[in-house]
Design a protein around this ligand. Structure first.
Ligand code: ZN
Length: 280
């Protein structure tokens, strides 16, 4: 994971709303906030790209310029035990308020959304980094609290990101299934109006290409326009939120609960992000 500033463990920037995650590093090597030395030039992809920059669009090989992408795994493992902290109101980006953060959903068997989100984010991070992308996660592990949605919402601009993708799974009526991509609407700035739509379309098309289907219960052809998501409302960089599946649907619960299934989601998300980065 990339470490740009002291604020990258975003919980540290939220005015003390999210204490505990600071020192834990239980989530495996790629989630451990590494020293600044890893920034960008740690390996060859970017230099390889610059010396052999293709003149024609390519869907393979490293992405030129080593762009930064923020991945925002929704919720957090410590939220449920810190209801007062996560329940406090924070700005929603449109003049109202929302709770700082929520616990998220789970499968009927008890596999939690926050764990799914974090695992898929880490898997996506690995694919992106192999393509020369520098990745920032909004939380360093799955045992902390928060960060609040307004803090997540400004992560893209703080990291100078080319794209921001929030990763979630839904908890809807069991009969519904499929993914949807949420976008801030009406748009509050040019990035939300134009590039975010392009990013969302790229994510949608990649998920479809990977064999996942549009939501049967929400949005329109896999796209949902939302005024109420603070994490998107605050973004001034291209941003989208993906609800990968309905965790209450038995078939999709099986997919999200398997490592193979999560790798499929990660590969699709990374493919969508890379497609956008190559043709924004
Ligand atoms: Zn969620």
């Amino acid at each position: 994971m990339l470490a740009l500033t002291g604020c990258l463990a975003l919980s540290a920037c939220s005015g003390g709303s999210a204490g505990p995650p600071t020192t834990t590093s239980s989530a495996g090597p790629s989630a451990t906030p590494s020293a600044a030395g890893s920034t960008g030039a740690s390996s060859g992809p970017s230099s390889a790209a610059s010396s052999a920059a293709p003149s024609a669009p390519s869907s393979a090989g490293p992405v030129a310029g080593a762009p930064v992408v923020v991945l925002d795994p929704g919720h957090n493992g410590g939220n449920a035990a810190h209801r007062a902290e996560t329940g406090r109101p924070v700005p929603d980006g449109r003049g109202g308020t929302k709770p700082c953060n929520t616990t998220g959903t789970a499968t009927d068997a008890g596999y939690s959304e926050h764990a799914f989100n974090f695992d898929v984010a880490q898997r996506t991070e690995r694919v992106l980094e192999a393509a020369g992308v520098r990745v920032v996660l909004t939380r360093p592990n799955d045992v902390g609290v928060g960060p609040c949605v307004d803090v997540r919402g400004t992560a893209g601009q703080r990291a100078d990101a080319a794209a921001v993708v929030a990763i979630h799974a839904d908890g809807a009526a069991p009969s519904g299934s499929g993914f949807h991509v949420a976008l801030a609407s009406p748009p509050l700035n040019p990035a939300q109006a134009g590039q975010s739509r392009a990013l969302g379309t790229a994510l949608h098309d990649a998920l479809r290409g990977a064999g996942f289907h549009d939501s049967t219960y929400l949005g329109e052809r896999g796209i949902s326009l939302r005024p109420d998501l603070a994490g998107l409302n605050f973004a001034t960089r291209p941003a989208a939120l993906v609800e990968c599946a309905n965790m209450r649907n038995p078939a999709e619960a099986a997919v999200v609960s398997s490592a193979d299934g999560r790798q499929r989601y990660a590969a699709a998300l990374a493919a969508g992000i890379l497609a956008y980065l190559r043709h924004p």
